[in-house]
Design a protein. Structure first.
Length: 218
């Protein structure tokens, strides 16, 4: 295992983004490995612990061993509490926004980390970094992710969003705010999740993304 996974990589270049994605991938891979070890030690016949609960305990152990465990009361030290949504509580600092994710959309920490890496690939201007895990000992664990703060921004119009996604090579689907390019499905790209600044630049700050499985040719 790479013992540097606790060190976040400052964003600002393609190389830094790739390095951060590799770090996030290493954390996801280590979580999967530790979950498999945990399940093997408990025995495959045990039905009293769900995969989600296993991941939660493993994530807490990993975070504490690697130095990125944040006791929940200390989350308020990250920044000024911002708007809370269905999935994230936000804390606003001078240059970044911290998002404490409740996993309601992704369903698992590994699922969230995989979505973050896809977001970083498609939308590098608002690429995420992984900050740590917040929680109370032995209870719910919530990932903390960090995103650059877009200054002097306001919600983009749907026409602006549609035009932006078309420029990235995505086709608009029937559902409003949903797009595909044959490799990724991206949805929930609505004005509440996409910002524009005074210069007209577009910033996707939140999106739901999944990789499209390619069916093998017969």
């Amino acid at each position: 295992m790479n013992h540097d996974i606790s060190q976040s990589v400052p964003q600002g270049s393609d190389g830094a983004q790739e390095a951060e994605n590799r770090r996030i991938s290493a954390i996801a891979d280590e979580l999967k490995r530790l979950c498999a070890v945990y399940e093997a030690q408990r025995g495959t016949g045990k039905a009293d612990v769900t995969p989600f609960e296993t991941e939660q305990r493993v994530a807490e152990q990993l975070a504490k061993s690697q130095g990125f465990w944040i006791p929940m009361p200390e989350v308020f030290n990250l920044g000024v509490p911002g708007p809370s949504g269905h999935e994230n509580d936000t804390y606003v600092a001078e240059k970044v926004i911290y998002k404490v994710n409740n996993l309601l959309n992704s369903g698992s920490i590994v699922g969230l980390l995989q979505k973050i890496m896809m977001h970083n690939t498609i939308f590098p201007d608002t690429a995420y970094s992984f900050y740590g895990f917040a929680g109370f000992d032995g209870r719910t664990v919530q990932p903390i992710i960090v995103q650059p703060r877009v200054a002097n921004a306001h919600p983009a119009t749907q026409i602006m969003i549609d035009t932006y996604m078309a420029a990235l090579g995505f086709e608009k689907a029937a559902d409003e705010g949903r797009f595909t390019n044959g490799e990724y499905d991206v949805w929930d790209l609505l004005p509440r999740n996409v910002l524009t600044d005074n210069e007209g630049d577009i910033f996707v700050v939140d999106a739901e993304i999944k990789h499209i499985a390619v069916k093998p040719l017969i």
